[in-house]
Design a protein around this ligand. Structure first.
Ligand code: TYD
Length: 155
């Protein structure tokens, strides 16, 4: 028989939590089944922004890093669909490392954080849900520029 877990936290509570606490892991429902497990993500129940875009990162050679930038507007929800990797988030004051290695939770990343992805395992697959269409002008790619903008309260 299927076993259902998750979905107990109210969406409003989570948004309040995000505003107060920034990045966080959001659990997704999972149906545990002898035939194989199933999880899903729903815009209205799990994601604190409207999804405009999805992209995925795969076939990352050992030792490579992705990211290394901040977004002015874009928010993200990152799920490890397969394998594992680390997401390093830096708000200009402190760095936090989130290891993603299960497909039944994801990491909410607010706008304005410096973020890098590293330590990809073989065959890892990262799915990223985004709040904006791709826009090269939304990126800050220079860490010293990022720090300056943070210090000046511009981001
Ligand atoms: P980018 O976000 O710069 O990834 P990273 O910081 O890990 O290098 O994306 C790499 C390239 O892919 C970028 O030059 C443009 C393209 N791209 C799109 O065209 N659309 C997208 O949604 C994304 C994420 C990237």
């Amino acid at each position: 028989m299927d076993q259902f877990e998750g979905g107990d936290e109210s969406f409003l509570q989570r948004i309040i939590y995000e505003i107060m606490n920034g990045p966080q892991i959001i659990n997704l429902p999972k149906f545990l089944d002898a035939r194989g497990n199933l999880s899903f993500v729903e815009q209205s129940n799990h994601i604190p922004f409207v999804i405009r875009r999805a992209y995925w990162i795969y076939d990352v050679p050992g030792g490579e890093c992705r990211g290394g930038h901040a977004y002015l507007e874009n928010q993200e929800f990152i799920i490890s669909l397969s394998g594992s990797f680390d997401v390093v988030l830096d708000d200009g004051i402190e760095k936090k490392v989130f290891t993603l290695n299960r497909s039944y939770y994801g990491l909410y990343v607010p706008k304005g954080m410096w973020r890098e992805m590293e330590n990809f395992s073989t065959n890892s697959l990262a799915l990223i849900l985004s709040s904006t269409d791709y826009d090269a002008h939304d990126y800050i790619r220079d860490y010293s520029v990022y720090l300056k903008m943070k210090q000046n309260g511009e981001i």
